[in-house]
Design a protein around this ligand. Structure first.
Ligand code: PMP
Length: 359
């Protein structure tokens, strides 16, 4: 494997492919396809090396590998869909590549050449096209991951990195008519801090969420509704989703304050809402006001957006020991947005914004 001089990609295929079972038989990410994409970076040897597509396999890492100690690890999540005519298309992959580079900058990691990364990613999905499920609501989840791999104990940014992309056929996280989400807002913990890493898709943000998440689940909630770290007042995001609140005359979502992940589904939903002529405000929402508005019947809907979830309604917010319930509407905005977005993704509605990238 030489240094990156051309756009060539080395491809080494497995002799035999694994059996493909229906995505519904597995949990999210339990199953992985036959091949992965790997790109390595070495600051002392000219930067990025030529991408390789090879059989999915383990890495060998020294115990001193910097990522294991100091957390230089970033990832992404996007999906490929099979259309009725058999064609495969990815949803806004250039946005994920751009966000991965934003995460890289935040974590002192090298940026990935975008055109090369896109070519290699599309080539991997093309080689694995038989892994894109045909079942309704199922898709091929694409997980890029990058981490610092040098073996040294001093605290510093790594000079060597491994970028890999793995593929996993997944069932839908949420389907219309499925169980809505219950969220718990807590004032004694925060996902991230102002000036921190909330807007990066980096491992520690997720590691930190696990203890409060487990506690919320034991209380019957599906996830946390995170509040800001300073005043524990402003709604930020929920689990692996962004949050929207619908009132009679407007839809409100937290601003891109640097503390939340700039969701690609969030951006898409804002555009779909504005296409419909709705007012969308990117505005701080005070949790006290929100639960009061829920109890007063002023909140029409709360819904969550994300790659895995698409758009899913919330039917309860817990705050200060009280449960605030919301009515779920079959004709509500959440389900309408779910349908609009999935129809674009599966090629059943016109792609007016040019979001789909066909193979
Ligand atoms: N917030 C967090 C913390 C997430 O992990 C995700 C999932 N990537 C989202 C929001 C939603 O982002 P997207 O719509 O790009 O999937």
């Amino acid at each position: 494997m030489g240094l990156l001089q051309s756009m060539e990609i080395d491809v080494q295929l497995r002799a035999e492919r694994k059996e493909k079972l229906p995505a519904a038989q597995f949990g999210f990410g339990e199953k992985v396809s036959d091949h992965m994409l790997v790109m390595t970076y070495d600051a002392d040897a000219g930067g990025w090396n030529r991408p390789e597509i090879k059989p999915y396999q383990s890495f060998s890492l020294e115990p001193r590998a910097l990522v294991l100690h100091y957390g230089q690890s970033i990832f992404e999540g996007l999906k490929a869909f099979r259309r009725p005519d058999g064609h495969i298309a990815l949803f806004r992959p250039e946005q994920n590549i751009r966000r991965m580079n934003a995460s890289a900058r935040k974590m002192a990691m090298p940026e990935i050449p975008e055109a090369l990364f896109m070519d290699a990613l599309l080539k991997l999905v093309d080689i694995e096209r038989d892994w894109v499920p045909a079942e309704a609501g199922a898709s091929l989840y694409i997980r890029p991951l990058m981490f610092g791999s040098d073996a040294v104990l001093g605290v510093r940014a790594a000079s060597r990195y491994i970028l890999c992309v793995m593929l996993s056929p997944v069932p839908p996280y949420f389907v219309p008519g499925g169980k809505p989400f219950k969220l718990l807002a807590r004032e004694d913990c925060a996902r991230t801090v102002a000036g921190g890493t909330g807007d990066a898709k980096t491992a520690a943000n997720y590691g930190r969420s696990l203890v409060p998440l487990d506690a919320a689940r034991r209380e019957g909630y599906d996830n946390l509704l995170w509040l800001d770290s300073e005043q524990h007042r402003f709604v930020e995001e929920a689990g692996i989703t962004n949050v929207f609140v619908q009132y009679a005359d407007r839809v409100v979502t937290p601003p891109l304050s640097g503390r939340i992940l700039p969701g690609i589904t969030r951006d898409s939903v804002i555009r779909l809402l504005r296409d419909e002529g709705r007012t969308v405000l990117e505005q701080e929402t005070d949790i006290g006001d929100l639960v009061r508005d829920i109890d007063d019947g002023r909140v029409h809907e709360i819904f969550l957006t994300g790659t895995a979830t698409v758009v899913a309604p919330v039917d309860e917010i817990g705050f200060r020991g009280r449960r605030h319930a919301l009515q779920i509407r079959d004709d509500g905005l959440a389900l309408s947005l779910y349908r609009q977005l999935t129809q674009i993704q599966y090629g059943l509605a016109p792609d007016r914004h040019g979001w789909m990238r066909a193979l």
